[in-house]
Design a protein around this ligand. Structure first.
Ligand code: SF4
Length: 325
């Protein structure tokens, strides 16, 4: 059996030598190839002609299972102190879930780290089976903030996925997560509403910035404006922390124009936190959406004070900020 892991994970596990700016704090593993679904943004989609070793911007070299498992066993002390979690990204082909379960068993025997499975489960029974094997978080990706955006970009239905998430979190509270992609054509208001609904149900949200990948259906769509992404990140942070609810936000033409609190107060209180990678604890996804050398959508580490200033300045750009409050 073989498995792919992100290039940064390969470095942490001692399987590849390379220089990187930021190391992943989660080991990202990819099971399955050539998805039966056809998401417009995904390199692994049915009709994608992108390089088969890509998922988003990241390359995923292949390893024999023994080599990978040895990586976990042999990881030096430095690597062991870096990794906080293991995440299986499951590409939906016929065998992938069966294979994932085998992998979860093998890795669980070698490592005490919490394990997530992303995109593997299709029914509540499958969610239960994975949790029984010791998986700690299951992510069922909605990706789109609304059913309409979902229908334009993905197979299947938003409502079905949402109801699977809802039923699963009711049965298995604290164990469900989802991914949302900013920049597929939704408004900031639609995204903020979706985030509030998910947190009200107890579902963890991981925010991604849409990233055009050559060979995918959406290769020509530009990534979201940084200002849009920053406002959604702040909305997400306030909702996640229970510091504000969507009812306190103000919107104009779908854009956020106030959070119900002064920006300077928010900046003092939250510093760079809203702009760090979100999702399961310990997940930092370095360079998943980012181009090295350019401003980062999701910071995989603590921000510098200049980065904090720039990120909060971005929040106020390209919107009619409401200064009347
Ligand atoms: S948030 Fe991170 S660790 Fe959790 S399922 Fe998503 S990619 Fe995996």
């Amino acid at each position: 059996m073989t498995i792919r892991c992100s290039i940064g994970t390969a470095k942490v596990l001692g399987l590849k030598k390379l220089k990187v700016d930021a190391l992943p704090t989660t080991a990202y593993l990819m099971v399955g190839e050539h998805c039966r679904f056809n998401c417009g943004f995904c390199a692994q989609a049915r009709e994608s002609s992108a390089r088969e070793d890509l998922l988003s911007r990241v390359s995923w070299p292949k390893f024999e299972n023994d080599a990978l498992l040895q990586g976990f066993v042999n990881a030096d002390l430095e690597s062991q102190s870096i990794l906080q979690r293991i995440c299986f990204q499951v590409v939906q082909d016929k065998a992938a879930l069966v294979e994932t379960k085998e992998w979860v068993k093998s890795i669980h025997a070698q490592s005490q780290l919490p394990i997530c499975v992303s995109a593997g489960a299709r029914t509540i029974e499958e969610v239960g089976e994975l949790l029984d094997l010791g998986v700690d978080h299951i992510s069922i990706a909605l990706d789109a903030a609304t059913p309409e955006i979902y229908a334009q970009n993905k197979d299947g239905s938003w409502e079905e996925r949402f109801s699977l998430l809802k039923d699963s979190v009711k049965r298995f509270p604290g164990h469900m997560a989802t991914h949302l992609i900013v920049g597929l054509g939704e408004s900031e208001e639609e995204m903020a509403k979706c985030i509030q609904t998910l947190y009200d149900l107890g579902i963890t949200v991981a925010l991604f910035a849409f990233t055009p990948v050559k060979g995918t259906r959406l290769e020509e769509l530009p990534p979201p404006k940084m200002s849009q992404y920053r406002r959604v990140q702040v909305a997400h942070d306030l909702i996640r922390q229970g510091l504000a609810r969507i009812e306190q936000f103000k919107f104009c033409d779908g854009k956020i124009i106030h959070f119900g609190m002064e920006i300077n107060d928010l900046k003092m209180m939250r510093q760079g936190e809203p702009f760090r990678t979100s999702g399961c604890s310990g997940c930092n996804r370095p360079y998943y959406n980012e181009t090295p050398g350019k401003e980062l959508y999701n910071y995989p580490r603590i921000l510098t004070s200049e980065e904090i200033d720039r990120a909060w300045a971005n929040v106020l750009q390209e919107t009619e900020w409401d200064n009347t409050q």
